[in-house]
Every structure is written in structure tokens, then in C-alpha cells.
Design a protein around this ligand. Structure first.
Ligand SMILES: *Cc1c(COP(=O)(O)O)cnc(C)c1O
Length: 387
């Protein structure tokens, strides 16, 4: 058989350092490679397949919608899009939703809306967006500029101007930078994902939210990775008791199909008007039907189970041999290992567990509905790989 790895290496752009494994199928939290080897999936496509692979409920919702209407222009009303926006607002208290196809696009929309809001309320010189050092907000030229990690910037200058980066946790420094730069918004991930699975300090987030409200600087929370139940709350900001003006999300929301959403609160709900923004595929009926089936199931009981599984992983790994520390929240977990993270991940893979890395950590983002037994098995293999 002509090897898929060879064809891929010849024809697909070299942007991914792929593991030497071809995944062909799966069910729930188990996936299979081309030789039939089974793996426990502790990455869920980087937090995308929130209910696992080929989840029956999600699949049925998507297939039913595909039989009716797979796409329609946003020039017309469609049911799944409207119902998903309604459910997102009911569950968060936000007021309006813009749909797109990815996390970067959800952030682009948030940034555009923040700039327009500030231009209209304070003047066109209030365009700067303050983000945090070590953040990650996407790969487009604008969201790269938002991303506070220099090594992503180097080869792609000039980036979109108007972004400055504050030190996470330094409340006075962040405030001063926002005032000096006449900031339109401060954008944060409550749990930095790509930056190493680091939860921000609650007092910092609360202080920042208070400052933003006082100064009428918008608070944007990037929930692309941490949202949709991942942190043990529906959105990670809910763990912090703050109310953002704009929330962006993607990854897990679509359950495996491309979907991004930007949620607007009281102040920002009418900032974007007709013609200000758009997306051909945004709010696609099949994708939204799947997302509805995901979001409907993320209720209080389900979130309690996420927190229970999280507590199990933290207690099993904290203090384990070869583990320096465990960070994160919910089922968004970083493990600082004594061995290099890449080595631990490789050993896990050999033993049938797929893990991710984030900076120098092993990162776990399992499906939120991973069965406890499967999770226990995976954690045993991870523990052994750390020694
Ligand atoms: C993954 C991620 C993004 C980018 O999402 P894409 O769908 O890859 O564009 C943005 N922000 C955060 C916090 C992410 O984890």
C-alpha cells in the first residue's frame, strides 16, 4: 500500500511536526491507527472532540441536519444557527453571538468589535489591545500580533499594529500599560493553554475586570481552548466570578466540526452592525446542529463529573515519581515532568496513550465524557512514562 505518511510528507505543507502515526478511526476516547493498534485519546484533537470520536448523539444531530440543509447563505435565517445563539446566551447571560469557523476568527471578530466600540465611545486613537505575555490567540497576522510570544512573530513582520503585552499576574503593570496605550480592550485567557496550561491568579483576573469596568475598557476572554466545559465550568471565566464584555470560543464547541463563536455582552451587543463583519460558512446548519447537541449536554451534572475526573487526575499525578507539578483546571491539565515532555509523550504513545505537549509540559485534554475506567488506565500509563 502506498504509505499515507509518505504521500502526506510529499504533498501536505510542512507546517506540522506529526507523530509517526496514522489514525484511521475511533469511538469515544479510543482511537485506532492503520495497524489496528488502540490508543486512549488524551488530546481529543486539541480539545475539539468534547464528547469523543463519532459520538452517537452528535453524529445523529449532524446527519439529520445534513439530510435537510447542509449550507445556506447568511442572507437567510436558518434554525440551528438561531437556536445555538439562543442557547449560548441563555447559558452565559451574554446577549448576542457571531459565528465563524475557528478560534483565530472568533478573536478577530472580538478585536474588530472592541476597536469599533472604543472608536465610537472614546475616539479613533483608542485602538490598542492589551494581551498577556505567554498568551496564544491564533495564527492569523492579527491574532499573531495578539499572541504574546515573540518566537511566533519573528518571521512574519510586519504584524497588525496596536497590540501590547503585559505580564500576567502584574495587576498594576497591566493597568498602567492599558492607560498609557489608551487601550480599547484587555484580552486574556483565564487558563493559558499553549503557554503551558497556566491558570491566572483569581485576584489578578478580578482586579483586571474591576479596572476594565471602571475605565470602560472592554474585557475580552479567549475561551477557545478553556471553554465549553473544559475547565469544569461552562466557560473558564465563570470560575473567576467576572463578567467579560466579549467572549471568544471555538475548539470543543463544534464537537469536531469547525465552529467559532464570539459572544457579546450588554455593552457590546450592538457594536457590530450590518456589513461590519461576516463569514460565508459562519453559522453553518450542520455544524450548529452538532454544536447544539454538545452544548445541551454540558449541564450542572455533567460539569460536576468533569470536576470529579479532574480531581482524580490531579491527585493521581501530584507528587507521583517523575512529576514536578500539575497545573491547569478541569480537564485542561499540564504536567511538568522530570524527563523532557516529548520523551514522556513518546513513551505514552508506545504504550497506547496519546498526549499533547504545551511548552515544556505534557498536556492532557481528554474528551469531557471520557469514562472513569479509561481515564484511570491512561493515568497509570502516563505515570509509568514519567518515571
Ligand atoms: C487554539 C487556540 C486559538 C486558535 O484557534 P484556531 O481554531 O486554531 O484558529 C486561539 N486561542 C486559544 C486560547 C487557543 O487555544
Amino acid at each position: 500500500m502506498s504509505d499515507i505518511k509518505t504521500i502526506d510528507r510529499e504533498y501536505v505543507a510542512n507546517t506540522y511536526a506529526r507523530f509517526p502515526v496514522e489514525i484511521v478511526s475511533g469511538y469515544g476516547s479510543l482511537v485506532y491507527d492503520d495497524t489496528g493498534k488502540e490508543y486512549i485519546d488524551m488530546g481529543s484533537g486539541i480539545g475539539v472532540t468534547a464528547f469523543g470520536i463519532a459520538d452517537d448523539t452528535w453524529k445523529a444531530a449532524v446527519i439529520e441536519q445534513l439530510g435537510k440543509l447542509q449550507h445556506m447563505s447568511n442572507l437567510y435565517y436558518t434554525q440551528p444557527c438561531a437556536l445555538l445563539a439562543q442557547l449560548l446566551c441563555e447559558k452565559t447571560g451574554m446577549k448576542k453571538v457571531f459565528f465563524c469557523n475557528s478560534g483565530a476568527e472568533a478573536n478577530e471578530c472580538a478585536i474588530k468589535a472592541a476597536r469599533k466600540y472604543a472608536a465610537e465611545t472614546k475616539g479613533a486613537d483608542h485602538f490598542t489591545i492589551v494581551t498577556l505575555q505567554n498568551s496564544f490567540h491564533g495564527r492569523t497576522l492579527t491574532t499573531l500580533a495578539a499572541t504574546g510570544q515573540e518566537h511566533y512573530h519573528e518571521l512574519f513582520q510586519p504584524l497588525t499594529p496596536g497590540f501590547v503585552h503585559a505580564a500576567a499576574g502584574d495587576l498594576e503593570g497591566t493597568k498602567a500599560l492599558a492607560l498609557q496605550t489608551k487601550a480599547a480592550a484587555v484580552m486574556i485567557e483565564c487558563i493559558q493553554g499553549e503557554g503551558g496550561v497556566i491558570a491566572l491568579d483569581p485576584a489578578y483576573v478580578k482586579g483586571l475586570a474591576d479596572f476594565c469596568r471602571e475605565q470602560d475598557i472592554l474585557l475580552i476572554v479567549d475561551e477557545v481552548q478553556s471553554g465549553n466545559g473544559r475547565s469544569g465550568a461552562l466557560y473558564s471565566y465563570m470560575n473567576y466570578g467576572v463578567e467579560p464584555d466579549i467572549v471568544s470560543t471555538a475548539k470543543g464547541l463544534g464537537g469536531g466540526l469547525p465552529l467559532g463563536a464570539t459572544l457579546f455582552g450588554e455593552k457590546t451587543q450592538n457594536v457590530l452592525g450590518s456589513g461590519d463583519h461576516g463569514s460565508t460558512f459562519g453559522g453553518n446548519p450542520a455544524v450548529c446542529a452538532g454544536a447544539l447537541s454538545v452544548l445541551r449536554r454540558i449541564d450542572g451534572d455533567f460539569l460536576a463529573q468533569v470536576r470529579e475526573k479532574s480531581a482524580f487526575v490531579f491527585s493521581a499525578l501530584q507528587g507521583a515519581e517523575g512529576v514536578e507539578s500539575v497545573s491547569g483546571m478541569g480537564l485542561m491539565i499540564g504536567i511538568k515532568t522530570v524527563k523532557p515532555a516529548a520523551e514522556v509523550v513518546r513513551s505514552c504513545m508506545e504504550n497506547g496513550v496519546l498526549c499533547l505537549t504545551a511548552k515544556d509540559k505534557v498536556r492532557l485534554l481528554p474528551a469531557l465524557n471520557i469514562p472513569m475506567e479509561t481515564l484511570k488506565k491512561a493515568v497509570e500509563i502516563i505515570k509509568a512514562a514519567c518515571v
